[in-house]
Design a protein around this ligand. Structure first.
Ligand SMILES: Cc1cc2nc3c(=O)[nH]c(=O)nc-3n(C[C@H](O)[C@H](O)[C@H](O)COP(=O)(O)OP(=O)(O)OC[C@H]3O[C@@H](n4cnc5c(N)ncnc54)[C@H](O)[C@@H]3O)c2cc1C
Length: 394
């Protein structure tokens, strides 16, 4: 792989990351087989809110920021191509995102974010008083400080995943449902495929894109990348006519869908692989929604769900080559997997072709965990640091 282009690849996991890679590689003429243990796209990728907001909370340089910005910039073309190829429009909402200071002290944080973002050439506007109200009349009246990010947007990730599934298959990728990969097959120090139940599946390269379960996949002498699930719950209200764009306040957000539903999210919980919805979390999210946009008090309750974000333990994804030739990782995207899907697919395709990835991937090197991996291959619980506290950065 380093240098030698690969012409057939096996992708483990049919979430947005695995699907985006499968589609990208198949379009480039690579033979692709994707194995999904359950139903395609039913895990974190369908549970997400779909914020594409690399600027949310950004107030300092961060190794992931360039990738997040680049991925956001790929989205218009990515979403249009997926729509054209699949016939499913992922409803990219392009009205910017509004960050609102709802508590004392938050206005200074918005000043810092605005100053930093403008200093690196990004569009960000501090909006106050009447200007804020004109932009988003549905806000609670005493919200008078905001930061408008005209380029941060949102997408309907459920539709996007459905479109990607269809587009990947139409591009020639072979998607197999209900096939759980158990371990990597290693021959002469090279990964040559996987064992899936009684099946041995050979491939020129294997990409681990198994989300929160990526840490379960190892091979002889190849420890897994650590992975820990971080549960996120969402309350869905509506139909409602407000708000007009994604709103972000503290660590809470509202994301309107094209069909009138409004998503209120989200929790960050270490609850193992339990993706049950809990009454206190949904009550708190619903109350926060009404507190930010009072008109939502008249909105019907629609539904609620939870998903397991994939974390590596240090808030950064694992993207790049593994410890043996023939092995790549694209996992641990935590709160940014929807945002980072197009860029991750592009980078993995470049690596498969033996090309320069085009981005500095040092901070995301899957090998960085080697000295932290313990007997079972799992690292300590994930830190939930500054970046991880922001949804998308969901
Ligand atoms: C509540 C919530 C809100 C979020 N909001 C946002 C947001 O606004 N913006 C954003 O960018 N991100 C958001 N995220 C994060 C985003 O959803 C994830 O980062 C992203 O979906 C990860 O995609 P994935 O393909 O890696 O994982 P998943 O979607 O979990 O897919 C992994 C797949 O691998 C399969 N699999 C696992 N093990 C195996 C195996 N051994 N063999 C075969 N298949 C296997 C699983 O069944 C699963 O289908 C949110 C997440 C949650 C939970």
């Amino acid at each position: 792989m380093s240098g030698r282009p690969i012409d057939d690849v096996l992708v483990v996991g049919g979430g947005i990351i695995g699907l985006a890679i499968a589609r990208e590689a198949a379009r480039a003429g690579v033979r692709v087989r994707l194995l999904e243990k359950g139903t395609i796209g039913r895990e974190a990728s369908s549970a997400a809110a779909g914020l594409l907001g690399p600027q949310l909370g950004a107030d300092r340089p961060d190794p992931l920021l360039p990738l997040c910005l680049a991925s956001r910039d790929l989205y218009a073309v990515f979403a249009r191509q997926v729509a054209d190829e699949s016939g499913i429009d992922p409803a990219l909402l392009d009205r910017g995102t509004l960050v609102v200071a709802a508590r004392a002290g938050e206005a200074e944080a918005l000043d810092r974010q605005c100053a930093f973002q403008r200093s690196i050439g990004l569009s960000a506007e501090r909006v106050r008083g009447g200007e804020l109200r004109r932009l988003e009349p549905s806000l609670r009246e005493d919200c008078v400080e905001g930061l408008y990010l005209p380029r941060d947007r949102s997408v309907d990730n459920v539709l996007l995943v459905q479109g990607l599934e269809r587009a990947a298959e139409l591009s020639g990728a072979r998607l197999e449902r209900g096939v759980r990969v158990d371990r990597l097959l290693v021959e002469n120090g090279r990964v040559v495929g996987v064992q899936a139940g009684s099946q041995r599946v050979s491939a020129g390269a294997v990409v681990i894109a198994a989300g929160a379960w990526s840490g379960e996949i190892a091979g002889d002498g190849l420890p897994p990348v650590p992975s820990v699930p971080v549960r996120g719950q969402i309350a869905c209200l509506g139909p409602a006519a407000v708000p007009g764009r994604p709103l972000y306040s503290g660590d809470f957000y509202l994301v309107p869908r094209r069909d009138g539903r409004v998503l209120a999210g989200s929790t960050m919980e270490r609850a193992g692989f339990d993706r049950r919805v809990t009454a206190p979390a949904i009550a708190a999210l619903t109350a926060a929604a009404v507190a930010l946009v009072p008109a939502l008090r008249d909105a019907p309750f629609h539904s609620a769900w939870a998903g397991l974000r994939p974390a590596t333990g240090d808030d950064l994804p694992a993207i790049g080559r593994g410890a043996a030739p023939g092995l790549l990782y694209a996992c641990g995207h935590l709160r940014q997997g929807i945002l980072l899907a197009p860029l991750t697919a592009l980078v993995i395709l470049r690596l498969l072709r033996g090309e320069d990835p085009g981005f500095d991937l040092t901070a995301f090197d899957p090998g960085r965990f080697q000295n932290r991996v313990t007997g079972a291959g799992l690292s300590p619980a994930p830190s939930v640091g500054a970046r991880a506290r922001r949804e998308n950065p969901s």
